[in-house]
Design a protein around this ligand. Sequence first.
Ligand code: CA
Length: 245
Amino acid sequence: MRVLLVEDEVRLAENLAAALRDGPGFAVDWAEDGQMGDDCACNRCYDLIVLDLMLPKLDGLSVLKRLRGRQDSAPVLILTAKDGADSIIELLNAGADDYLAKPFDLGELIARAKALIRRGKGTADPTLVVGGLEMNTLEQIVRREGVLIDLSPTEYHILEYLMHRPRVIVSKRELLEHLYDYNWEHHSNVIEAHVSNLRKKLDGALPEPAPVIETMRGRGYRLAPELPQEQAEDATQDQAQNEDQ
Ligand code: CA
């Protein structure tokens, strides 16, 4: 999952970025003022935006209004020093999804961030189920047909991304963008190696497994061809709607 953090206080931003990377393993882009935050949000699709209100160049409320004005529905968690009821109502009306008043507990930030990302993907339940695969996103545990599968953090995050989009084709570029920070150098063969290991582990869990991750030549990967027909139809409809937009 890729998070945009818009926060001008350097020490706080560093602590937040470290917490978001280390705990749930998000990729974090940091913008140190509102204008940079707006530019980043224009250029990329984020799974979550953590937005401070008092920012140089462009304040957080304006960043939020511009975002929603572009019909960008990325979940937004506001960090606010203000706690007046009026400003909270204004923020929620402007399209904020949640807020935290400073000072806040990092654990609470992480919990709210995860909940917003789940809701943003249309799943409030922390357990993802696709076909015979089950992922508990709170404990970061994966099972296939009940068999526990031990994954590296990167393998886990690739699978998590795919499980949020069953039967949708996900390109290597999209995986790279959602797994790694913008200032890291990564190539698509890194993704190939991780997917290859992930596939071996998922298929190694069962004596005669149907492959769960399909490679779509030149296009990317797709999860769960073994998906029950009903779920598959829902996902195909969702994808058709997304492509129409
Ligand atoms: Ca600030």
